[in-house]
Design a binder for this molecule. Structure first.
Ligand SMILES: NC(=O)c1ccc[n+]([C@@H]2O[C@H](COP(=O)([O-])OP(=O)(O)OC[C@H]3O[C@@H](n4cnc5c(N)ncnc54)[C@H](OP(=O)(O)O)[C@@H]3O)[C@@H](O)[C@H]2O)c1
Length: 358
């Protein structure tokens, strides 16, 4: 039996993870966590001894001693759980990209010390992981992450100012939680994924490219030095990368159909427009500057998205808020998690201050 702690059990990834658990009798839930939604029904269904609504996720992990931590919490709130698993060499199935973006250097060091497995759940990173498996590092030329381009890929630029929350929450190819859906509309999500890929696969930013690919069938590609490229294809359904991570290296069956090529398949790719999607170049710049710039990017973006969702700012105010915060933080590296938490808090204070002054 593999004992899983599912953090974010009531969310989009969390509920799909429970479907994967239901389909695999050797996967057992040992802990469940949410922020505020009750867990009683899930506790009863899975006979889980450890469950927590809110509170310190590392206490839950200590008490339940899982074999695998599936971190499907949204936002910076997942940082300590990610570090907990990496430090102890407990297998980490990581959906919570924000934690690796914000704590990249600390997480890398903890991962090296712990020596455990880090299995990406993000579909693009799961794809890269699979294309890289068994390949020597020196043969790799570059990585390519695909982005659907979201709902506003073709909308005239002058109309973006009036985008509504409802429109931003309508994603063309994926069904996801609210925060990541807005991030996908601005491409902040791909910016976070760019930084995530840098830390997961150890490549410099100039060797990680993002392309817009509207049908979301190709999840990522790896280019090799001999001119070949390997791609990972499949219908956009998160149960595939979740199942891959939870049953690794077994690649168990899922209910997701394999590609029907005879039905026709259009594979289009284009460079992302930096004017339409300014959060993508801002994320790249934050990643390249290093230190706590990625942490500040993430914190300012979290404030921007939640304020947008509450109707407090418009769609185009999100990138300007993040740019403003990145221009004002010092970005000094965090030596420990307390300094990281302080860098996160400082970026949030600056973002809130700017919002209050507007
Ligand atoms: N959804 C996708 O298809 C997808 C794909 C790739 C990556 N991801 C990543 O996966 C993560 C989760 O995304 P999602 O779409 O599943 O989000 P979601 O639907 O909003 O769910 C978030 C989950 O996290 C819980 N949570 C939030 N803060 C918490 C805290 N402090 N302590 C404990 N639990 C907390 C929520 O509990 P409550 O229900 O009580 O609020 C909920 O269960 C994000 O990092 C996202 O970027 C998602």
């Amino acid at each position: 039996m593999t004992r899983i702690a599912l953090l974010g059990a009531t969310g989009s990834i969390g509920s799909q993870a429970l479907e994967v658990v239901d389909a695999n009798p050797d996967l057992e839930m040992c802990a469940l966590a949410s922020a505020s939604q009750p867990l009683d029904d899930l506790v009863a269904k899975y006979g889980v001894a450890h469950a927590q609504v809110g509170g310190d996720l590392t206490e839950l992990l200590e008490a339940s001693s899982p074999d695998v931590v599936l971190n499907a919490v949204v936002g910076f709130a997942g940082v300590r759980a990610t570090l907990w698993a990496l430090e102890r060499g407990v297998t980490l199935a990581l959906a919570n990209k924000e934690s690796l973006v914000a704590a990249g250097d600390l997480a890398t060091a903890a991962w090296q010390r712990g020596g455990g497995r880090l299995l990406p759940v993000d579909s693009e990173h799961s794809a890269v992981f699979q294309c890289l498996e068994g390949r020597a590092e020196h043969t790799v030329d570059s990585l390519v992450l695909t982005a659907s381009g979201g709902p506003f890929r073709n909308r005239p630029l002058e109309e973006l100012v009036s985008v509504t929350v409802e429109e931003a929450l309508t994603h063309p190819t994926w069904s996801m939680g609210r925060k990541i859906t807005v991030d996908s509309a601005t491409l902040a999500n791909k910016g976070l994924e760019l930084i995530e890929a840098h830390y997961l696969f150890g490549l410099p930013y100039e060797r990680i490219e993002v392309v817009v690919h509207p049908s979301s069938v190709v999840h990522a590609l790896v280019r090799f030095r001999d001119g070949a490229a390997l791609a990972h294809l499949g219908y956009p359904d998160m149960r595939v990368p979740i199942s891959f991570a939870l049953t690794y290296p077994d690649r168990r069956p899922t209910s997701v159909p394999t590609l029907d090529l005879a039905a026709g398949l259009t594979l289009e790719f284009a460079a992302p427009d930096p004017e339409r999607f300014p959060l993508l170049p801002l994320a790249r710049e934050a990643g390249e500057r290093g230190g706590t710039f990625p942490c500040a990017f993430n914190a300012a973006n979290e404030v921007a998205v939640s304020t947008f969702l509450d109707g407090g700012i418009g769609f185009l105010d999100m990138p300007s808020l993040v740019a403003d915060v990145l221009g004002r933080v010092d970005g000094a590296p965090a030596r420990d998690v307390e300094e990281l938490v302080e860098a996160d808090a400082e970026a949030r204070r600056l973002a809130q201050g700017r919002l209050a002054a507007a």
